[in-house]
Design a binder for this molecule. Structure first.
Ligand SMILES: Nc1ncnc2c1ncn2[C@@H]1O[C@H](COP(=O)(O)OP(=O)(O)O)[C@@H](O)[C@H]1O
Ligand SMILES: Cc1ncc(C[n+]2csc(CCOP(=O)(O)OP(=O)(O)O)c2C)c(N)n1
Ligand SMILES: [Mg+2]
Ligand SMILES: [Mg+2]
Ligand SMILES: [Mg+2]
Length: 335
């Protein structure tokens, strides 16, 4: 019996892993040749890639291999959804030390397979290499189904900002894990296995979204990209940012007794916490939004403000007209 991937060897591991992935109707040729062939019925393919690095994005003591598999898919197909596209294909680069248990690789694969079943895409290939640091590099493909992509540069003054999915739960989950606290469960599970509302990306496109992205680094920071690309400002209404019960509970567990302070701390996590992969979009003011799109802000003109929408201390995204005190994630600033 080979318990480590070093004992099993590269090609036996590839066979074990690739045999787990059922093809979908989009897959013309799956894993096994020099490249895969994925249908692009619309003739335009959305392509995106994100890395997961052990110690930076996940810890093996905090997340199971299955969790990391789910997360690798979610993080990437959320970007596909954020373009208004439907997930189709996935390529998985797997860099691992030879003493990694085979069971870890297999459980990771099961997580990938199960999240693909939720999102609707298929694994069509990947790569395996040895590395001191366990690193997962995923490339995701999507189909626009004949629609125009929803970019970051289309928001216009007068548009409303709305989100769907969760905000702040993942950041709360991370804070709980850092403190060794094992609840509330919804926050821990959202951190370990984010649940992006994949199908609502295409829905937003059909509802007339003018700009969209998924929240990976923090709502305020990520909406800043929309502002810079669109040449607008965005003001969020704190009263419209309603924390979910699990988030309020997490904040209480993390040490805020006062209910007023708890609500404030929860909103802090909603505007600055990343990795829930909620979808946030700008819509024309008359858009007929279903209830799962929560209206939280307004787009205004950047003209007349310093720096075309915010100086060094006031970014283009404000909360109740004021700069947000909390920043989002920056890979290099935070080390
Ligand atoms: N090393 C790179 N080479 C080329 N493009 C990159 C690189 N890193 C990031 N990008 C591009 O910059 C944009 C912003 O990246 P990122 O902030 O990671 O987006 P997201 O949060 O949606 O994953 C994306 O379009 C991405 O493809
Ligand atoms: C062990 C650990 N520490 C810290 C974090 C928090 N964290 C890591 S990366 C990140 C931002 C999102 O990841 P990124 O690679 O920037 O994805 P992208 O924005 O490109 O989608 C956050 C909040 C984490 N998930 N795990
Ligand atoms: Mg990225
Ligand atoms: Mg994104
Ligand atoms: Mg990021």
């Amino acid at each position: 019996m080979h318990n480590t991937i070093g004992g099993l060897g590269e090609f036996a591991l590839i066979t074990r892993v690739t045999s787990q992935f059922p093809p979908t109707d989009d897959v013309i040729l799956g894993p096994g040749d020099d490249a895969a062939v994925v249908a692009a019925p619309d003739g335009r393919t959305v392509a995106t890639t994100d890395l997961l690095v052990e110690g930076r994005h996940f810890r093996r003591e905090w997340s199971t291999a299955r969790d990391v598999g789910h997360r690798a898919v979610a993080q990437n197909f959320a970007d596909v959804a954020a373009m208004g596209a439907r997930p189709t294909g996935l390529l998985i680069g797997f860099a691992a030390p030879p003493d990694l248990p085979v069971a870890w690789a297999e459980e990771f694969t099961a997580g990938v397979r199960d999240e693909c079943a939720v999102a609707g895409g298929a694994v069509v290939g990947g790569d395996m290499v040895g590395s001191d640091t366990l690193t997962i590099a995923v490339t995701a493909l999507g189909d626009l189904q004949g629609r125009a992509p929803v970019r970051r540069d289309g928001a216009r003054a007068g548009d409303v900002i709305a989100y769907t999915g969760h905000l702040g739960l993942s950041a709360a989950g991370l804070a709980l894990l850092e403190r060794g606290i094992d609840g509330p469960a919804d926050c821990l599970s959202e951190h370990r296995r984010p649940s992006p509302p994949y199908a609502r990306g295409a829905e937003a496109a059909l509802l007339g979204a003018t700009a969209m992205l998924d929240v990976s680094d923090g709502l305020v920071q990520d909406l800043g990209h929309v502002c810079r690309a669109s040449g607008v400002r965005i003001d969020l209404d704190s009263a419209a940012l309603r924390p979910e019960p699990a988030l309020l509970e997490a904040v209480a567990v993390l040490g805020t007794e006062d209910p007023g302070e708890a609500a404030e701390a929860a909103r802090g996590l909603m505007v600055a916490g990343g990795e829930d992969h909620a979808l946030v979009a700008a819509f024309p003011p008359d858009a007929d939004l279903p209830g799962h799109w929560h209206r939280v802000g307004l787009v205004s003109d950047a003209a007349g403000t310093p720096d075309g929408g915010g100086g060094e201390h006031e970014g283009p995204v404000t909360v109740d007209g004021r700069a947000s005190r909390r920043e989002g994630w920056d890979h290099f600033r935070r080390g």
